[in-house]
Design a protein around this ligand. Structure first.
Ligand code: ASP
Ligand code: MG
Length: 409
């Protein structure tokens, strides 16, 4: 008998009809002889609705009471689903985070799980019942309700799968798996049957919004077999696992596009030790995350310092740079928010040379100018003008043969 954790996202439990559908799906899994632990999100839009309700009272809702409020969304969905299961003759018991005792630290709104008491869940499962757990919430050592940050029910699911040593953690969502790229840009994009944790982390952070990044990190740490699948159609989805478990290794697994990037530049800074830290220090102090960094020095002893930040931080970053430009004797501060980041990701890159030049050649054939480049062991990212977004993705997707059946090239 396998123990499977099944997590259903907001759209999967968006209304009564969908909740009944989810209940039938769970009933089928039980009938197949599996022991099922369910983790739910709030009904779609509910967390946003609660947040805007709070915003109509305070301008910046955060802290303890925000968590008391937000955690109600998941409490509604677990109760409704448990009723739906009972209606189908499947015994089920709902649990809030504090009833399970998902112990977290006391950082409200973005708490981290410290420990999970699996006693009650195990007893429920051993009793032949389905345990239905509220995602996204926990309880601190003093008994205060906490939440794990937006999208946190993915993390709850993986953490429970790890704690109960489940055979698999299945994340049901509105797409049927992880794709080689965004199918809205490349209709021939292919669903990956398997991908490594590492690749998934790169793809998630690059904007393939399928799974909360923290959940993938957790899964990787505890070697939880993760599977992303659709709650609206049947299929095997995408399995996220260790590199050793991957049968056939593709050179490149995916092409991602991040539209939420902006470029800033400090031009003509005297080239001396400490320049990078004098520029990035104040940026970090303002809690702005820096992504790609390029520094190039000119013959005249001056250097141009270029980096990217998320678009929401663009104005603030420019303001900070303008403030420090004079003390650093920089010639000019410039920026461009009309850029995007394109990346190719794949563990196969580790063992193959020449991927970068192949990437650059494919782009040059289409006259796409590359503004910045950065590489890691399993990823190459470039910055280009945003007018090349779709073209760039299509070119790279076809260059690395990602539409083809095998994906190996
Ligand atoms: N309901 C929470 C949110 O909307 C948590 C989740 O869905 O994972 O962020
Ligand atoms: Mg989600």
């Amino acid at each position: 008998m396998s123990l499977i954790v099944q997590k259903f996202g907001g759209t999967s439990v968006g209304d009564a009809e969908r909740i009944k559908n989810v209940a039938s799906r769970i009933a089928r899994s039980c009938a197949d002889g599996n022991s099922i632990l369910v983790v739910l999100s709030a009904m779609s839009g509910e967390t946003d609705r609660l947040l805007s309700l709070a915003k109509s009272i305070v301008s910046d809702p955060r802290g303890r009471e925000t968590d008391v409020l937000l955690s109600t969304g998941e409490q509604v969905s677990i109760a409704l689903l448990s009723m739906a299961l009972e209606e189908l003759g499947v015994p089920a018991v709902s649990f809030t985070g504090s009833q399970v005792k998902i112990l977290t630290d006391n950082i409200y709104n973005k708490a981290r799980i410290e420990d999970i008491d699996s006693t009650r869940l195990r007893a429920t499962l051993d009793d032949g019942k389905v345990a239905v757990v509220a995602g996204f919430q926990g309880v601190d050592a003093e008994g205060n309700i906490t939440t794990l940050g937006r999208g946190g029910s993915d993390t709850t699911a993986v953490a429970l799968a790890a704690a109960l040593e489940a055979d698999e953690c299945q994340i049901y969502t509105d797409v049927d798996g992880v794709y080689t790229t965004d199918p809205r840009i490349v209709p021939e994009a292919r669903r990956l049957s398997q991908v490594t944790y590492e690749e998934m982390l790169e793809m998630a952070s690059l904007g393939a919004k399928v799974l909360q990044i923290r959940a993938v990190e957790f899964a990787s740490k505890y070697k939880v077999k993760l599977r992303v699948l659709s709650s609206f159609c049947d299929g095997i989805g995408t399995l996220i696992t260790t590199e050793e478990n991957i049968m056939e290794e593709a050179l490149i697994s995916g092409v991602t596009l991040n539209r939420n990037e902006a470029q800033v530049m400090m031009v003509g800074v005297p080239d001396r030790p400490g320049v990078a830290s004098s520029i990035l220090g104040p940026v970090a102090d303002a809690n702005i995350e820096v992504d790609m960094i390029v520094q190039n020095s000119a013959a005249d002893g001056a250097t141009d310092f270029t980096f990217t930040v998320s678009r929401d931080d663009y104005d603030l970053t420019l303001k900070i740079l303008n403030e420090i430009a004079e003390t650093l004797s920089a010639r000019e501060v410039r920026g461009d928010r009309n850029i995007v980041k394109l990346s190719i990701v794949g563990v196969g890159m580790r063992s193959h040379a020449g991927i970068a030049s192949r990437m650059f050649k494919a782009l040059s054939k289409e006259n796409i100018n590359i503004l910045m480049i950065s590489t890691s062991e399993i990823k190459i990212s470039i910055v280009v003008d945003q007018k090349y977004s779709e073209l760039g993705v299509r070119v790279l997707h076809s260059e690395f043969g990602l539409s083809e059946a095998s994906g190996v090239k």
